[in-house]
Design a protein around this ligand. Sequence first.
Ligand code: ADP
Ligand code: ASP
Ligand code: MG
Length: 469
Amino acid sequence: MKFGGTSMGDAECIARSAKIVVDGSRDASIVVVVSAMSGVTNRLIASATRAQSGDPEAGPELVEALRQQHDKALTALIGNNGQRRQVQEQMEAILAEARRLYDGTALLRELSPRTLDSISSLGERLSAPVFSATLAAMGVKSESIEATRLIVTDKYHGGAEPLANLTREHCEECLRPMLKDGAVPVVTGFIGSSESGELTTLGRGGSDYSATILGAALAADEVIIWTDVDGVLTADPRQVSDARTIPEISYREAAELAFFGAKVLHPKTLNAVVAAKIPVWIRNSFSPAHPGTKITPQGRSNGGGVKALTAIADVSLISVGGPGIVGVPDVVGRTFSTTAEVRANVLLISQSSSQNDICFAVATPDAERTVTALRREFAKDLTNQKVEHITLDHDIAIVAVVGENMRGTRGMAGRTFSALGRRDVNIIAIAQGSSECNISFVVQGKDMKDALEATHSEFALGAAAAARP
Ligand code: ADP
Ligand code: ASP
Ligand code: MG
């Protein structure tokens, strides 16, 4: 069971989440994975940036605020002084480490990806002992464990990949005996450790991935991701008000939604369970009676083709092209070797054959460095005026229409684009993979909500889901 930031928001949320574990542990062995308390990771990173600019107060201020926040939760949750003091001691050691990390950053005005990982991991390191002590106070034997002891990863700081075999060995050594002993291990989400012992993180929102990595390592019966909505919905409920829960969805569809921005799931979450075919549930810790969404290898057909929509707002469109590009050798190859070199995640590609224009979308934080690298790559061609343009458009959004059954269902693209036309939404670029599991298109940022609402109603997603049991 994984509990996300909002399920760890304050003492009341933590108590509600812990109660779910206590109830569940009556007839199952449970490993818990926790996120940092809501908002903590963002604050840790913001203060790290302040420290990097030389502000010596950024770290100490945040450390004090975190001490108070966690202490307040602890006091509300743990009545027993001895138990509380034990957790406080653990917390003080972590906060002292935090001070040293921030002091070093401010002193050197340097924030390497490795240091940033150590700083951003502090939220989970603080929340896990609080959750574990709460379980103990509710009468369930429990121990908190830092995932650096369990999840072995490569060395790619800020987005590390797990090494499954070593992780399995560590889990067998460390978690299995605790489970046999009837205890509930509470593991820090989001973090791991390289083979040489450096702390790594799995990327923002990565606690979902931690849960499936551990689930696969232990051959769990199921993984339950507890969040603040009733499962995977037909669209982000913050964008589309009549979005509904999808009872069952395939790995493929859920992964596609996550890749195209549905925040409810980290994009790599399902990678870890594909081989073992472990079902993953998305459920609401604020409403535990709701069954939520079951993510399974095959999913369940809704008959209608389109299952859900998703959108990413913070994207930029880069175009390489113009008629002159015709004579330039291997434009496509060179363009995408360049994006790979700067590790830009390419979200969508579209190429027009007549003019050899390529346009592709990347996350906005990746955009400037991608364009700089492309201008360098094509510098010679640019002097000769062959490549006419490498341009960047910041204010765009990608909307994706997703559904496994779209394959072989005629008219999906037509209906999508007619609905957008009627709403007066201009489409800048379109991509449909050969899998036909999604149609994605680029619109102006300001049109994103209209595009979502128009397609959501065109495919009767709110009503269709409601009509099912
Ligand atoms: P957690 O803190 O539990 O990890 P997140 O904030 O990361 O939770 O993810 C949950 C949020 O994802 C929801 O509150 C919702 O606004 C957003 N979301 C985006 N798209 C969807 C979708 N299709 N279904 C459900 N939630 C979605
Ligand atoms: N706390 C981390 C983040 O905010 C990981 C997570 O919550 O999944 O990115
Ligand atoms: Mg999340």
